[in-house]
Write a protein that binds this ligand. Structure first.
Ligand code: SAM
Length: 345
């Protein structure tokens, strides 16, 4: 894969190494917070290069920790760098970096899952959605327990053009557990094809840039790590609301190994289920005996469009919840007992 950006457009003054910063501020990685640090600046440069040209760009780094990636971002000659770090122990080390790049760094001690990204950058950077992406980038090596819910939240924001996408098609370069990286980019027919593949690829160009072996981190995580780059698409491949696409895709993948109609059935109430499932599959022109992982993006699009049409005709359909129906059924069975008659108390 060709490297995108250049690093080393700005020279930081001599600083303690990341290893020395860790010792100096006693920044022992907390296992319960899945903290794994990158100390090798060649590797952090390689991650930052994947973001593209960062000279004079505005960047938000999520979870900077002891600041390895932060240094590479600053070396790329950015205009402004916003750091969002949840763990207060890292703030003094980040302040030291901020002093080394006067006027460039803003440090927020906060949680990226709740931080208001729609106000994070200057207004003049906003671009129309149809334009080139704005000169704004998000970069981060977060714990896996945060990066997956975060990308789901941000995919919804891409669809709604809110949060960091208030500014246009903001690009993201994030790390994931290798297997999640494979799911994000999996093609039809692949074993890794899943809900995440459809949700990500219908909204973004997703690129699995390279793998970082687990041993490159301190302490070493159990798994290898993927660096994934996202550029929101001008036109989503499925032009339906996020919630509707999510519902259809989640239902289809509910029974991964079965024919796809088995999952699609769960979109409909028991009364009329078979007939409505057949109607949906026919309108969408999808073979009901395909397995969920074999379906192409255009087949998902047809399914979502056909389901939308049915929901417009019967608005009660969209709020139908299969699990709730199952729960109610079980409760009724328990109340009636095995005789089918109410139990005497
Ligand atoms: N980026 C550093 C590196 O590559 O060496 C640290 C990586 S470590 C895997 C993840 C970092 O994200 C930690 O510094 C941790 O405190 C921070 N973090 C975890 N959850 C966070 C959240 N919800 N918001 C902001 N930062 C978070």
């Amino acid at each position: 894969m060709a490297a995108r950006g250049k690093v080393a457009a700005f020279r930081l003054p001599p600083l303690p190494t990341i290893g020395e910063i860790i010792k100096l501020f006693r920044l022992k990685a907390l296992k319960q917070l899945s903290q794994n640090f990158l100390l090798d600046l060649r590797l952090t440069d390689k991650i930052v290069k994947q973001a593209g040209e960062l000279k004079n760009a505005h960047v938000c780094e999520v979870g900077p920790g002891p600041g390895g990636i932060t240094r590479s971002i600053l070396s790329a000659g950015v205009e402004q760098l916003l750091l969002i770090e949840k763990d207060a122990r890292f703030i003094p080390g980040l302040q030291m970096l901020s002093e080394a790049a006067p006027g460039k760094v803003r440090i927020v001690h906060g949680d990226i899952l709740t931080y208001k990204m729609e106000k994070a950058f200057p207004k003049h950077l906003k671009k129309d959605w149809e334009d080139e992406p704005p000169d704004i980038h998000i970069i981060g090596n977060l714990p896996f327990s945060v990066s997956t819910p975060l990308i789901i939240k941000w995919l919804e924001s891409v669809s709604k053009r809110d949060g960091p996408f208030t500014y246009g098609r903001t690009q993201m370069t994030l790390t994931f557990q290798k297997e999640v990286g494979e799911r994000l980019t999996a093609n039809p027919g692949s074993n890794q094809r899943s809900r995440l593949s459809i949700m990500a690829q219908h909204l973004c160009t997703v690129e699995n840039c390279f793998i970082i072996p687990g041993q490159a981190f301190v302490p070493k995580p159990e798994v290898d790590v993927s660096v994934v780059h996202f550029t929101p698409l001008v036109q989503p491949k499925i032009q339906q609301p996020f919630e509707l696409v999510e519902k259809v895709v989640r239902s289809v993948f509910q029974f991964r190994r079965k024919y796809c109609f088995r999952g699609i059935e769960t979109l409909f109430p028991e009364n009329g289920r078979l007939k409505r499932t057949e109607q949906l599959m026919m309108t969408a022109n999808v073979d009901p005996t395909l397995r969920p992982f074999q379906l192409s993006m255009s087949q998902f699009r047809n399914l979502c469009n056909a389901y939308r049409k049915m929901c417009d005709e019967d608005p009660s359909l969209f709020v139908f919840n299969y699990r709730e129906e199952l729960r109610q059924k079980k409760m009724t069975e328990t109340l009636l007992g095995s005789t089918g008659q109410p139990e005497q108390t």
